[in-house]
Design a protein around this ligand. Sequence first.
Ligand SMILES: Cc1cc2nc3c(=O)[nH]c(=O)nc-3n(C[C@H](O)[C@H](O)[C@H](O)COP(=O)(O)OP(=O)(O)OC[C@H]3O[C@@H](n4cnc5c(N)ncnc54)[C@H](O)[C@@H]3O)c2cc1C
Length: 470
Amino acid sequence: MTRTPRRVMWFRRDLRLTDLPALAEAADDGAEVVPLFVADPRLIDPSVRSRYLARSLSALDQQLGGALLVRWGDPRQVVPAVAAEAGATSVHISADFAPYGRQRDEAVARALTADGRTLVPLGSPYAIAPGRVTKSDGTPYRVYTPFYRAWSAHGWRDPAGNSGDGVRWRALPGDKAASVAARVEAAAGPEPLDGLPAAGELAALARWRDFRTRGLADYNENRNRPDLSGTSGLSAHLRFGEIHPRTLLAELDDSNGAEAYRREIAFREFYADVLWHHPHSARASLDSRYDTAMPHDTGPHADAAFEAWCAGRTGYPFVDAGMRQLLAEGWIHNRVRMVVASFLVKDLHLPWWLGARWFMARLRDGDLASNAAGWQWTAGCGTDASPYHRIFNPTSQGQKFDPDGDYLRRYLPELRDLPGRAAHEPWLHPLLAPDYPERIVDHAVERLGALDRLRIMKVAAASGGRPVRS
Ligand SMILES: Cc1cc2nc3c(=O)[nH]c(=O)nc-3n(C[C@H](O)[C@H](O)[C@H](O)COP(=O)(O)OP(=O)(O)OC[C@H]3O[C@@H](n4cnc5c(N)ncnc54)[C@H](O)[C@@H]3O)c2cc1C
């Protein structure tokens, strides 16, 4: 009698059961499948992202009827050990394209091979895997719009038709998903986090269906309005692979809203492609002059400014509302992300990576590729960056995209008595907002200071030297 094949499905950024090619392959031929998540202590911390992950794992475990095996440790040792314990011939994964994940998977593959087993990557967190869309000469795109055209022309597969139905899950003894939640919550302490949404595949699908029915048609008009729920709110679901972009793309038609939404999905794919080709861009400016020759502020004054930015106490309401939304919910609206990032770099004259690090530690959708590229776009130093001299005015941006001040009052209780758009300029009504902080800088002055620094950087970079203040 032949033995039933047994395989391991190693879940990482694909915490779902439907439209998951790696799972379809693992379960082929009626094989028994051991569902594994490796809790790598280096990646599990008290952050909101880890909190979200813990909830997502619990949701997956529920879908699996409690069969999800959680093992703590370094995947390079844990995965081969679990495969051996299970008597599995292969370990199945969706490929990871970020720098750490690539190295880890290469090491795991080597260790499995040495033991007579295989690591089988199939599928990725993207509609088109990073590195696949190139110019005709094989070089990568550096500008989004031509990338988008080539990405659209390349096309993507239909959703994989599989679901977890019929899979013969095999539970091994070990820790459960709840162990991740327990460890994260213990480390996070009593700090409340009100705005964390439901996690998991079923929550992701429900949110997508709700957005498709109620938000997609007006997405193009509303997506820049933080006062309206005009965006899909799917970023954390996508970050953890609770839903695949292919599932979304398959349901988009040619309407304005759908086209605008497809373009945003393509931004995520473009930035993953940029990181794939330029792994160092996770932490360093693609335009290296911004790291070597741009004068940044340092010292106690700069430290105090950074602290005020982090706490949402700059005195600029649109910036402060965004930063407090981040603290409360682990998420910020895209328009506001651009404005707070611009403020840090061009009004406070601090390096973008300081803000990127703060974001990564606090965003529930924190994604190395999108975060680093979003920051570098704003700072003017990435591929296809916004020109440095395009400097967001935090007040007029707020007035334009939150015309009645509703977004501000939601996160800044000090402004509750300032009606309508008056909330954007509390300094004009000091008696109605006595507890709101004074502006820490004057935007008009700092804007000129930023342009001055740009000139200094160009001169210093051209002469190969360090920045010298004029
Ligand atoms: C400074 C800065 C940092 C950012 N950091 C992250 C991050 O760590 N993780 C992250 O997922 N997004 C990041 N973004 C992009 C964007 O702000 C979020 O994806 C978006 O706000 C998520 O909300 P949503 O799901 O409602 O978006 P929707 O408007 O509904 O868009 C749908 C999906 O498209 C993708 N998307 C939309 N806009 C962008 C964009 N500009 N860049 C890349 N993908 C996009 C996201 O996956 C998003 O979920 C950052 C942007 C900036 C300016």
